[in-house]
Each structure stands twice: as structure tokens, then as C-alpha cells.
Design a protein around this ligand. Structure first.
Ligand code: CAA
Length: 262
């Protein structure tokens, strides 16, 4: 179902959802309204029967150029703490949606913009994409999860170097540090690649993907022993699903499975 918010657009084509951050005049910068819209969207979208979500920014120039600096400069500490907490809630909801969520990074992904992309399952990008956490150059620190999620992907040394210098990372380096999986000449090709990836995964059980995603996300926070317990529980849970019976039966009958996502 299509659904529009003040700062976000959501549409569905086939069984793929498209979420667009839509404040092009401010390079899609994240205001308090964007965060509230994203929370409302994510709480609603968890029940959407889609095979994947592609998250992108309006226009060709920016995915999201960060939190809205014009709005932040008049905040006091209490307001800033609340702004950060709401932004973090939005990233957590996005991170835990029960289907693949791909950040299609079509240009600048800076500050809070990179933090939104880090909450997606992974990033594909256009060749003109630029990444960074430049908060320290504004006298700020990352507030939507950047001090926590970046290191899990690029390692603590590289995360510290990027946050201390606030430097901009171009696409080849972003790929070489594992921040981005692959890149494309323009936004059209980028979106096509995201669609292609979701189509490949949608041949599999969305129920199995969702259970595996939960185990992957939770496991990152835990010791290996506790992570493995989650894996065993997930493994057991999946055995009561229709898709598990259908997938294994189809293998034995030498036919393609007909998954229902349940
Ligand atoms: N907040 C508010 N407005 C922004 C913005 C932001 N983060 N980024 C860009 N804009 C606005 C500009 O003010 C400008 O608006 P006006 O035309 O009304 O002046 C419009 O978007 C176009 O931007 P530029 O003219 O600056 O475009 P450019 O091509 O010259 O530069 C850019 C592009 C390098 C991305 C530059 O806009 C820039 O440096 N933006 C800020 C990036 C940044 O520092 N982000 C981190 C914010 S802090 C944060 O995110 C904290 C957190 O973790 C929660």
C-alpha cells in the first residue's frame, strides 16, 4: 500500500517497497519531523507483506546530508538528548523490520544520513556517493547510532579515524572498507541493482530470512555462546513453519518450493 508522510514517500511496486526521504531543498536533511515520520512509518511497515524495502533520498545529489543543522543550532541539551533518543528509536525500528532493507545511497550520506544507512541491512551506492561522519567539524558528536554501528562494519580503528577527522570518503574507498557492497553509474542503475538483489532473495522463504535477520542483528551484541543460543532457538522455531516443510519437501520431490512466508 502506498503511504505518504510530510517528509517521506512510500510506494510499493510488485512486492518491493520504496521509501524515499523527501526534503530535496535541504538535501534530505533529518529534521524532528523526518524522525517522527520514520518512526510512524516503521511501526506501520513491519506488517507490510513485501519481500524487501529500498531506502533512498529524493533527487540525484544526496541520500541524506545529515541531521538538520539549522534546526539543531538552537537546541539546548535537553532538546538535543530527546532529538538523539527519537533518532535512535527510528534507526532501531528501521534496523529490525522483518524483511531485507537496502540503503540505496544516491549521493551524500553524511552524519545522520550515514547513520540511517548504517541501520539498513547493507548499502549499495551510486558512483557519486560520499560518506562521512563530519559531526566533530561542527563541534558535535554523532547522535543517531554512528558511534555504535560504524565500528561494527569498518572496525574500531577506522571508525575512530573517520569520526576524529570527519573526512569525506569516496566510493572506491567506501567499498574497500566494506561500508558499501557495490556501486553503479547512476541512480537508475543503482535502484535496478537493489531490485535485482531483492528478487534473488525473494526466491527464498521471507520467513526464514526474517528469522535469520533477527539472529544476525541480536547476535552482534552478544557473546558467541549467547549468540549461538539465539541461533538454536531460531533453528528450532523455523521447524514449525510451513516454509520449512515446503522447502525440504520440494528438495526431495526435485521441484521448486512454493513458499508462503509463514
Ligand atoms: N542540515 C540542514 N540543511 C542542509 C544540510 C544539513 N545537514 N545539508 C545541506 N543543507 C542545505 C544547505 O543549507 C542548502 O540550503 P540553502 O540553499 O537554503 O542554503 C542546501 O541544503 C544545499 O546545500 P549546499 O548549498 O551546501 O550544497 P553543496 O553542494 O554546496 O554542499 C554538502 C553539499 C557538502 C553536503 C553540504 O551541504 C554540507 O556540508 N552539508 C552538511 C553536512 C553535515 O555536516 N552533516 C552532518 C550534520 S550533523 C549530524 O548529522 C548529527 C547527528 O548525527 C544526529
Amino acid at each position: 500500500m502506498n503511504k505518504n508522510f510530510e517528509t517521506l514517500e512510500y510506494s510499493v511496486e510488485g512486492d518491493i517497497g520504496y521509501l524515499t526521504f523527501n526534503r530535496p531543498k535541504a538535501l534530505n536533511a533529518i529534521s524532528a519531523q523526518v524522525i517522527e515520520d520514520l518512526i510512524e512509518f516503521s511501526e506501520w511497515a513491519k506488517d507490510e507483506k513485501i519481500k524487501g524495502l529500498i531506502v533512498t533520498g529524493s533527487g540525484e545529489k544526496a541520500f541524506i546530508a545529515g541531521a538538520d543543522i539549522k534546526a539543531m543550532c538552537s537546541m539546548d541539551s535537553k532538546e538535543a538528548t530527546e532529538f538523539s533518543a527519537r533518532g535512535q528509536k527510528a534507526t532501531l525500528l528501521l534496523e529490525n523490520l522483518p524483511f531485507p532493507v537496502i540503503a540505496a545511497v544516491n549521493g551524500f550520506a553524511l552524519g545522520g544520513g550515514l547513520e540511517m544507512a548504517l541501520a539498513c541491512d547493507f548499502m549499495l551506492a551510486s558512483d557519486n556517493a560520499v560518506f562521512g561522519l563530519p559531526e566533530a567539524s561542527l563541534g558535535l558528536v554523532p547522535g543517531f547510532g554512528g558511534t555504535q554501528r560504524l565500528a561494527k562494519i569498518v572496525g574500531i580503528n577506522r571508525a575512530k579515524e573517520l569520526i576524529y577527522t570527519g573526512r569525506m570518503v569516496k566510493i572506491e574507498e567506501a567499498k574497500s572498507m566494506g561500508l558499501v557492497l557495490s556501486s553503479y553509474a547512476d541512480k537508475t542503475q543503482l535502484i535496478e541493482a537493489c531490485v535485482d538483489l531483492i528478487k534473488k532473495s525473494s526466491k527464498n522463504s521471507i520467513n526464514a530470512i526474517s528469522v535469520a535477520k533477527t539472529a544476525l542483528n541480536k547476535g552482534l551484541e552478544l557473546s558467541i555462546e549467547d549468540g549461538l543460543k539465539i541461533e538454536s532457538a531460531s533453528f528450532g522455531e523455523i521447524f514449525s513453519s510451513y516454509d520449512m516443510k515446503e522447502g525440504t519437501q520440494a528438495f526431495m520431490e526435485k521441484r521448486k518450493p512454493n513458499f508462503k512466508g509463514e
